[in-house]
Design a protein around this ligand. Structure first.
Ligand code: ADP
Ligand code: MG
Length: 247
């Protein structure tokens, strides 16, 4: 239905307010299929809110328009379809603590897609191998390190075969020695053509892996471009100031 060169995600005039406080001021953004976009910016700049609007975890102003694979993101019957196409990985892994790793990954395909148990298990084991923790399948989340738990969360998101994966600071809650293993998995996904939007403070990862880096400040998309442009010759003073502080 959608033209081949249509963006996978289209965001137009995205505005979001909490009461009288405007968090997002009319964001326009297109994400192409297969693109890896890293979103950087100071705390409170609206990065999480932006990506949470994409699957309507946050409501937004009615004049705003977001489409995912041609489907308008709005409350109603089409929202389940959007959410099945948009996988999310959070800072806090949000695994089900009373279920094994394997069951965590099997659950959504069985419940939402009606995948038969045997098929869901086969797929889950394959995904756990893909994120490098096949041998942890029968354990419970609490028995795993933070890095391993986050890799389970990535496998769980992939199990729904989403068109796009959204990451909200996936390594921010990890002990430093575990950041690398999660970034390695994400780098591999990016290399295999998965469309990804990654909110991150890992500037090395953004520089190395992103097709495009977006700098946000004060609820606005201040600057966006290839990583070498943003990191080596940022145009805006606010981008320069932010990079000076974090690099
Ligand atoms: P970031 O992810 O860039 O740190 P957020 O998207 O979490 O920023 O937040 C953007 C702004 O919105 C911040 O000023 C934050 O305080 C505010 N905000 C976020 N959630 C709420 C909420 N539920 N109620 C009121 N203000 C909120
Ligand atoms: Mg955030």
């Amino acid at each position: 239905m959608t033209a081949t060169n249509a963006p996978l995600i289209s965001i137009r005039g995205l505005t979001k307010a909490y009461g009288t406080f405007t968090v997002l001021h009319g964001i326009d953004l297109d994400i192409a299929e297969g693109e890896v976009v890293c979103v950087i910016g100071p705390s409170g700049s609206g990065k999480s809110t932006l990506i949470r609007c994409i699957n309507h975890l946050e409501a937004f102003a009615p004049e705003s328009r977001i489409t995912v694979d041609g489907i308008t993101v709005e409350p109603g019957p089409s929202l389940a379809k959007v959410r099945a196409e948009v996988g999310m990985v959070f800072q806090s892994f949000n695994l089900f603590p009373h279920m094994t790793v394997l069951k965590n990954v099997m659950l959504a395909p069985m419940r939402v897609r009606g995948t038969p148990e045997k098929e869901a298990e086969r797929k889950a084991r394959e995904l756990l191998a893909r994120v490098g923790i096949a041998e942890q399948a029968e354990k419970f989340p609490g028995q795993l390190s933070g890095g391993q738990q986050q890799r389970v969360a990535i496998a769980r998101a992939l199990a729904m075969e989403p068109r796009v994966l959204l990451f909200d600071e996936p390594t921010s809650a990890l002990d430093p020695e575990m950041v690398g293993e999660v970034l390695d998995v994400m780098r591999k996904l990016a290399g295999s053509g998965v469309t990804m939007i990654v909110v991150t403070h890992e500037m090395g990862f953004a520089r190395q892996v992103a097709d495009r880096v977006i700098f946000m400040d004060g609820g606005r998309l201040v600057e966006s471009g290839p990583p070498e442009d943003i990191f080596d010759s940022p145009k805006h003073e606010r981008t320069r100031g932010f990079l000076r502080a974090v690099l």
